[in-house]
Design a protein around this ligand. Structure first.
Ligand code: UDX
Length: 434
């Protein structure tokens, strides 16, 4: 089939390359000529495993192309996927729909009568119906995307489920044809009306955020009582109804999705006269974890961080990503810098992005380099290479062997045995009081 993908950010670039991988002819559209030129040359402008190979292969074969022209896109495809961003508004918690509205308006203007415009962006419930009422010459469908950064290709080619929000049998037939190889491989398909399809996405993200904040709230209780949240999480996770995943306590969630999506969902619920106030508590618990790391840093530095040399391991909001949007690690680093600490950050992939956004922080060339002369080490993004740091060797680099594990992935006993003062969120200090 001939497909277009409008918006070539994280979601769109991945979707375009994966649709080409499924065997379709794909044209990607973006208003940013630099992005189009980079993608057309086979270059992915962000870090995502596997995606560069797919993009290079399919741009080279000509099956995947990019353009800045909506007119060209409208003439090219029979199904148009709209993958533009829905950031948080500057003036409220709500979602900013200007990119969605303008992309649909542009495509509706040029597309053939009856063309299928498929929204993939995360939107407030009610958006698809509003667009369908506005653009009557085209057909609208909603097909939310659940991909995780770092696993974007895998999640697109082998998703847990496909959700097709459709208004007609024809839309369903076309979407089933697009995804035929994915469906053929056994992926469950859920067909739904527009509001349900939109809600599946916001509800899934709200649930995941709630799960993380739940375990982080339990970490707070553990801190108050001397309990160990990692043991607690393992034990409750044995119950299949709860499950082990997404119960890792730490400095909390960040990124371009969960924080803004729960705020937009609570905001939309208010508009609808339904209370999702608990999501505001989920957000507040998440933010309190960052406060806790700052507080621990002050405590470990003897009451204040003024003049202290602090090494921050991690800048991306999670490993396998160079995305620093709403990164807990950088938020903590910036706050300590404001308090007068001399902060040095190291991240395996996110250094360029971090440097641009936080030019006042110091940056090191390696984890060891960051540790050199540090009075305190904060482990805030759980890259596997940080777990492999040798505590004995690390101890020879720092000025004072004190570390806070903000992600719960370091082995506290080994660090303590190597002479480190080791603190973790929601866990007692090894061999001592928490
Ligand atoms: C998320 C959803 O998982 C995905 O389905 C949706 O499409 C987009 O939003 P992503 O933002 O890529 O994906 O990150 P995810 O892997 O979900 O992690 C989100 C944040 O939660 C990260 O900051 C991560 O470090 C944190 N996290 C995750 C925890 O603190 N504890 C956990 O147990 C799991």
């Amino acid at each position: 089939m001939r497909l277009t993908v409008i918006g070539t950010g994280y979601l769109g670039a991945t979707h375009a390359a994966c649709m080409a991988e499924l065997g379709h002819e794909v044209l990607g559209v973006d208003v940013d000529p630099d992005k189009v030129a980079a993608l057309q040359a086979g270059r992915v402008p962000f870090h995502e495993p596997v995606l560069p190979e797919l993009l290079a292969r399919h741009t080279a074969s000509g099956r995947l192309r990019f353009t800045t022209s909506y007119e060209e896109a409208a003439a090219f495809g029979e199904v148009h996927f709209l993958c533009v961003g829905t950031p948080q508004r500057k003036d409220s918690e709500g979602a900013d729909l200007r990119y969605v509205d303008s992309a649909f308006a542009s495509m509706a203007r040029y597309a053939a009568e009856g063309a299928l415009l498929v929204g993939k962006s995360t939107v407030p419930v009610g958006t698809a119906q509003r667009l369908a009422d506005t653009h009557t010459g085209v057909e609208i469908a909603w097909n939310p995307e659940f991909l995780r950064e770092g696993f974007a290709v895998e999640d697109t080619l082998r998703p847990d489920r496909l959700v097709l929000g459709i208004g007609s049998e024809r839309a369903e037939t076309l979407l089933r044809a697009v995804y035929a190889p994915v469906i053929g491989a056994g992926t469950p398909v859920v067909t739904a009306d527009f509001p349900t399809a939109e809600l599946v996405k916001t509800a899934a993200n709200a649930f995941l955020a709630t799960k993380i904040s739940f375990i982080n709230a339990m970490a707070e209780v553990c801190e108050a009582t001397g309990g160990d949240v990692s043991v607690l999480a393992e034990a409750i996770g044995h119950d299949d109804r709860i499950g082990k995943k997404f119960l890792r306590a730490g400095v909390g969630f960040g990124g371009g999705c969960l924080p803004k999506d729960i705020r937009a969902f609570a905001h939309r619920a208010d508009e609808l006269g339904v209370s999702l106030a608990f999501l505001r508590e989920v957000d507040a618990i998440n933010m309190r974890r960052r406060d806790r790391v700052v507080e621990l840093a002050r405590e470990l530095c003897g009451g204040g961080v003024l003049g202290a040399r602090i090494a921050v391991l991690g800048a991306a909001f999670k490993p396998d990503s160079d995305d620093i949007r709403d990164s807990p690690a950088l938020n903590v680093a910036a706050r300590l810098r404001l308090d007068g600490a001399d902060v040095t950050v190291y991240d395996p992939e996110a250094m360029d992005n971090a440097r641009k956004a936080f030019p006042l922080l110091g940056y090191a060339l390696s984890a060891e380099d960051a540790l050199r002369g540090a009075d305190l080490v904060l482990h805030l993004t759980e890259w596997p290479q940080f777990r492999e740091l040798a505590p004995e060797r690390a101890r020879t680099l720092v000025s004072r062997p004190r570390i806070v594990d903000g992600r719960g992935t370091l082995d506290g006993a080994t660090w303590a045995a190597a002479g480190w003062e080791f603190r973790a969120l929601g866990r007692p200090a090894p061999g001592g009081e928490g």
